[in-house]
Write a protein that binds this ligand. Structure first.
Ligand code: ATP
Ligand code: MG
Length: 592
């Protein structure tokens, strides 16, 4: 490709709406352009990256025995009503009507349609197992589309779905997919960590996420939206929404005595109760009011030095949405005021959920559910109604004991979720009555798994990992082009001839190059080459008259002078072995 023909206009200024590095560089490098919030044109350079990732994905999945197909984006609402997700999916689901007034959706994911295929086509156990995948656009009206390709409203996903006659068969496939995913990300030049995750709205029993750990330089915006906790001595790693731990020891038993009320005016926070009244935070039974599915009030109870993990709480309540109640809602429901809500004399319509750590509390502090009053030396049963169950709704903390090896301590890092795998079980096959005839002649629901990879997000994650102040540093396998050939002065015959020769000779070696044949200043060409981030850079400058080319890899500070033949051999070697030098070494990776 000649630069004069390439559609890739670079920008010197950082677009102001772009917060994270990948978004900034993709816009500046002429890879993407925004059409609307969270919706982008993938220009030729970006599309090449996407296709390279897709080729790797296809190769690994086909090797693992999966089959590719293509399902529609526009789908009838009926299937979504049948599965029940029409009602529960929320505002992320794009709903529309066709000209006949029929309700439709733009698919955010494809469980409904694939299960419909299975119930029609996979009639017998003889046809199982099956793993079907597609690479397709997805639509989600995300509440906060941001970070460019990392969280769009339209994005490209590889989604695979497997169908089995037994759980053991699903377990095997799950393992095979975990291996395929690790291979895919490795081949893309990315190191990922597989972490246990919450199964969320999609349902099912077990799930893992593949995280690229972010390593943010000073002054850069954090792009890893997921908090990951991991053990410093074993391989336990889990998303914060799912992580378990053994809490650090804390005082849970207060001095014995008779329970009494004391005035605590203006002390509406744990800090204030501690500072003004000497209450030990771990001995305070903290009460938080939430609104579940926009209608039901819930009181969550947790030790004062701990925090509620809202996804855990949402799952404990089998809810679709959850948010903290406003001060007005709290007053309307309890008659008390924010800061003084407690599990005492609560209206019956308020559900109480207590964290497992609170069960051991004795002689503790608790708000009396009346403004300005707290009870001290309170106990379950006598002063506070004891909940029938105590559940894990707590956000684990750095330094907590590892739940797996029991000798390590948990640490925290942040990551970008590039893929995930789920054991769905029979959630969709049951709701959509998708069955096959088993060996014994009975009709059985399929046991299902599903497996996603964010293709466009993976590309952006690679830039989050590999960039410097001048631009991108693409891993060889997913770089849009492998090499940039720069004749410093295209009107200099020797330079242009030598540059053109390298360019032509690289083609049969499968090294894809761009020849910067623009009549531009050298500085501009070098800046653009750094920004666009192709791995190999070969420059024909003053020494072209002696038959020498300046060769260097993106990120190297010095170049070497090589003859044409030497340059070709060098390029071939780099093509096979090079990896970007700014490989981040987050603690977790280093520890392994
Ligand atoms: P997230 O928690 O980040 O919203 P998710 O759990 O909703 O992700 P899935 O529905 O499992 O994600 O989708 C599979 C993959 O698609 C994710 O692992 C992620 O890589 C990618 N993905 C999800 N939402 C987006 C988005 N809005 N933009 C780009 N990629 C996305
Ligand atoms: Mg999501």
């Amino acid at each position: 490709m000649r630069m004069t023909r390439l559609l890739a206009r670079t920008l010197r200024e950082t677009p102001k709406e772009a917060e994270v590095v990948s978004h900034q560089l993709l816009v500046r490098g002429g890879y993407i352009r925004q059409v609307a919030s969270g919706i982008y044109n993938l220009l030729p350079l970006m599309w090449r990256v996407v296709q390279k990732i897709n080729t790797i994905v296809r190769d690994e999945l086909d090797t693992a025995g999966c089959q590719e197909l293509l399902m529609p984006i526009l789908q009838p609402a009926d299937l979504w009503k049948e599965s029940g997700r029409w009602d529960v999916y929320g505002k992320e689901l794009v709903r529309l009507k066709d000209r006949h007034d029929r309700e439709c959706v733009l698919a955010p994911t494809h469980e409904e349609v694939i299960t419909d295929i299975a119930r029609k086509e996979l009639t017998s156990y003889r046809l199982l197992p099956q793993n079907l995948y597609q690479i397709q656009l997805k639509y989600r009206d995300e509440q906060r589309p941001r970070f460019g390709l990392l969280r769009g409203r339209e994005f490209m996903m590889k989604d695979a779905y497997s169908f089995h006659a037994s759980n053991a068969c699903l377990d095997d496939e799950y393992e095979r997919m975990a291996t395929a995913y690790t291979n895919i990300f490795n081949r893309c030049g990315l190191e990922t960590v597989m972490v246990r995750s919450d199964s969320g709205a999609i349902g099912g029993s077990e799930s893992h996420e593949f995280m690229v750990l972010t390593h943010i330089a000073e002054g850069e915006q954090e792009s890893g939206e997921n908090v990951v906790f991991y053990c410093d001595s074993c391989d336990y790693a889990a998303n914060a929404e799912r992580a378990e731990s053994q809490a650090k020891p804390a005082t849970l038993n207060g001095p014995e005595g008779t329970s009494e009320l004391i005035a605590t005016p203006n002390a509406t926070s744990i800090e204030a109760l501690h500072k003004d009244f000497g209450f030990e935070p771990s001995l305070i039974l903290k009460s938080l009011v939430y609104v579940v599915d926009e209608e039901k009030p819930v009181l969550a109870l947790i030790c004062g030095h701990m925090d509620v993990e809202e996804t855990k709480l949402k799952n404990a309540l089998a809810a679709n949405t959850i948010r903290m109640a406003t001060a007005d809602e709290i007053t309307a429901w309890t008659g008390s005021s924010k800061g003084f809500i407690g599990p005492i004399n609560l209206p019956a319509n308020i559900t109480v959920v207590a964290d497992a750590n609170t069960e051991a509390l004795t002689n503790f502090y608790v708000a009396e559910n009346e403004p300005g009053l707290h009870r001290i030396k309170a106990n379950w049963g006598t002063d506070v109604p004891k909940p029938s169950t105590f559940l894990d709704i707590r956000l684990v903390q750095v330094g907590d004991g590892c739940p797996s090896c029991e000798s390590g301590a948990l640490k925290e890092t942040r990551g970008i979720e590039v893929g995930n795998i789920f054991k769905l079980g029979t959630k969709y096959s049951e709701s959509l009555s998708a069955t096959y005839t088993a060996e014994d002649g009975t009709e059985q629901p399929f046991i299902m798994g599903c497996y996603g990879i964010g293709i466009t997000r993976t590309a952006a994650a690679a830039i989050e990992c590999f960039h410097d102040k001048d631009g991108m540093l693409w891993p060889m396998a997913i770089a849009p082009y492998h090499a940039m050939i720069i004749p410093v002065n295209p009107s200099d015959e020797a330079q242009m001839a030598l540059a053109t020769q390298v360019y032509e000779r690289l083609k049969p070696l499968n090294i894809e190059a761009v020849l910067d044949d623009r009549d531009e200043r050298a500085g501009v060409k070098f800046k653009d080459a750094d920004l666009m981030g192709f791995p190999i850079r070969i420059t024909a400058g003053k020494k072209a008259a002696e038959g020498l080319l300046e060769c260097k890899m993106r990120g190297d500070t010095t170049a070497q002078d090589l003859t044409l033949e030497q340059a070709l051999a060098w390029a071939q070697e780099q093509f096979k072995t090079w990896t970007p030098r700014v490989t981040p070494t987050p603690e977790l990776v280093a520890a392994k």
